[in-house]
Design a protein around this ligand. Structure first.
Ligand code: ABF
Length: 218
């Protein structure tokens, strides 16, 4: 199976977590696009979706799926989103699509994070994928120096301004052995808006697309 087919497989499998009439949190990315397509094709009527990006909002609206503002909802049963990396405990690296801040906000509203990913995303330890960190522009150089002091290299993502008007640093050379401690630490650095480690809001369920079919990791 191609990577695209594996993404379609898990996008479809995520429909098992979508109840008629519910409000569903919907993330961003090519895997989530498959989920949005499966939701539209299913004909299942949901009360609405809370979206983590302009990209997903536009796709859903074009397919007739109602989109609600995060501020309009008190909570969500599920948030369905992809990841750049996920470990066996459900910790993730996210933000390759630069939507990490809104993804963390919507994930925080949800009881369960359902991660949909092809098997290439499963890793023993987070850090191989360059870690996205959204930063206030004036703090970028100092934050890069802090990462250098940890033996890593932070590079400004050229030409990217996030939905929140901020910049993204991509950090290479990390091995994140304690994701919860790392997330808590980096989040406190002045000028960090969001670090792309999702440990506090880790995946409760991961639907992993493999050559043998969908594996459910909990
Ligand atoms: C978002 O989309 C991100 O947090 C992550 O960067 C990415 C995964 O994209 P894809 O499904 O295209 O691999 O969920």
């Amino acid at each position: 199976m191609t990577q695209d087919e594996l993404k379609a497989l898990v996008g479809q499998a995520a429909m098992a977590y979508v109840q008629e009439g519910a409000i569903v949190g919907v993330g961003t990315g090519s895997t989530v696009d498959k989920f949005i397509d499966a939701l539209a094709a299913s004909g299942r009527k949901i009360a609405g979706a809370v979206s983590s990006s302009v990209r997903s909002t536009e796709r859903m609206k074009a397919l007739g799926i109602p989109v609600l503002e995060a501020a309009e909802v008190k909570g969500l049963k599920v948030y369905i989103d992809g990841a750049d990396e996920i470990d066996h405990q459900g910790h993730m690296v996210k933000g390759g699509g630069a939507a990490l801040t809104r993804e963390k906000i919507v994930a925080d509203l949800a009881e369960t994070f359902v991660c949909i990913a092809d098997e290439s995303k499963l890793v023993p330890t987070l850090g191989k994928f360059p870690l996205p960190v959204e930063v206030i522009p004036m703090a970028a150089a100092q934050i890069a120096r802090r990462f250098a002091a940890m033996g890593a290299e932070a590079q400004l993502r050229a030409g990217v301004v996030t939905d929140n008007g901020c910049h993204i640093l991509d950090v290479r050379g990390l091995s994140i052995t304690d994701p919860a401690a790392f997330e808590a630490d980096v989040n406190q650095w002045p000028g960090v808006v969001t670090v792309g480690v999702f440990a506090r809001n880790k995946a409760g369920v991961c639907l992993l697309g493999t050559a043998e079919g969908v594996k459910t990791l909990t």
